[in-house]
Design a protein around this ligand. Structure first.
Ligand code: GLV
Ligand code: GLV
Length: 312
């Protein structure tokens, strides 16, 4: 029996499986554990089940001499210094596949939401400011038949493309590192949707030149990671009309402060990082995260490990 730190309570019964096998210390609060608390808690554990709000860097690993397995409750692992974990022989697990469809659904919801101005219209109705039905009131743009650029063509990008077949969209694809594909997508798409992981290559991938290259009638959708977009440039782009609007599930930082300039322009739809937030998906992620941790602690291959080279 090993000691494990779980940095947040998880939906569904998955943690019972972990408790049956190991001694679990649970940070049972809504807010993430403060850094000092995290450093204290990892000092005595062999397993860490964390979320994307915890920064697992080399310093934290140095504070955790007995750590043998890290299970990240997310598909993205940009919050974990994977190279540092690998150097210490620690496996890092993540939760792919189970959240693909929920995230793809949300990307399409954001496309429809920004192009049909759903939150903008809802605000008017709730404020009692909707005066009457008018022929040219709240006009938006169609997703049906649109050209959609998908940047990052992995599991989630492909799932979005499948959904867009039903909308008779023309899909342009830019895989990771495909500069020509990105240039074409930016120039031609009515919607540019980001589905790449956050890496040193993709940080700031969409900055001023890219936003200026988009059509003034186009929308940017981000369900990947906030820092892939240069948010300062995006704020100017929205305010000055370089693009028609943006719909974001992710920002930098998260949460975005209420007085952030990005929240000024009305042509922004923003939601609080909920790509995987359905009951079914979050429970499936919990099962996978627990399975990863149990395998890692048992010295077995994690079902989903982002640094499998530690097994060589
Ligand atoms: C969520 O953003 C995830 O990476 O799972
Ligand atoms: C709109 O509501 C219509 O009936 O055309």
């Amino acid at each position: 029996m090993d000691r494990c730190l779980v940095t947040r309570d998880l939906p569904g019964p998955a943690l019972d499986r972990l408790r049956a096998a190991h001694q679990v210390e649970l940070w049972a609060h809504r807010a993430p554990p403060p850094r000092a608390e995290l450093e204290r808690a990892v000092a005595s554990v062999a397993g860490l089940l964390c979320t994307l709000t915890e920064r697992v860097d080399d310093e934290l690993l140095a504070a955790a001499p007995g750590l043998r397995a890290i299970s990240n409750y997310a598909v993205g692992t940009d919050n974990v210094d994977v190279a540092a974990a690998t150097a210490r022989g620690i496996g890092v697990g993540n939760t792919p596949d189970v959240l693909t469809d929920s995230t793809a659904d949300l990307a399409v919801a954001l496309m429809l939401g920004i192009a049909r101005r759903l939150t903008e219209g809802e605000r008017l109705v709730r404020a009692g400011e909707w005066v009457t039905w008018e022929p040219d009131f709240m006009l938006g743009r169609d997703l049906y038949g649109a050209t959609v650029g998908i940047v990052g063509f992995g599991r989630i990008g492909r799932a979005v493309a499948r959904r867009l077949e039903g909308f008779d969209c023309r899909v342009l694809v830019a895989g990771n590192g495909d500069a020509d594909g990105l240039a074409t997508a930016l120039a031609e798409a009515d919607f540019v949707s980001l589905h790449c992981p956050l890496t040193t290559e993709t940080r700031g991938l969409i900055g001023e030149p890219e936003l200026r290259a988009m059509r003034p009638s186009a929308y940017l959708v981000n369900t990947a990671r906030g820092p892939i977009v240069d948010q300062g440039a995006l704020e100017v782009a929205l305010r000055e009309g370089w693009i028609a609007g943006a719909a974001l599930d992710v920002t930098d930082p998260e949460p975005l402060p209420a007085d952030d300039p990005l929240l000024g322009p009305p042509n922004l739809l923003v939601v609080p990082h909920v790509g995987s937030a359905t009951h079914r998906t979050r429970e499936a992620m919990a099962e996978l995260a627990v399975s990863n941790l149990l395998a890692g602690l048992a010295g077995e291959r994690m079902p989903h490990c982002v640094n499998p080279e530690i097994y060589d």
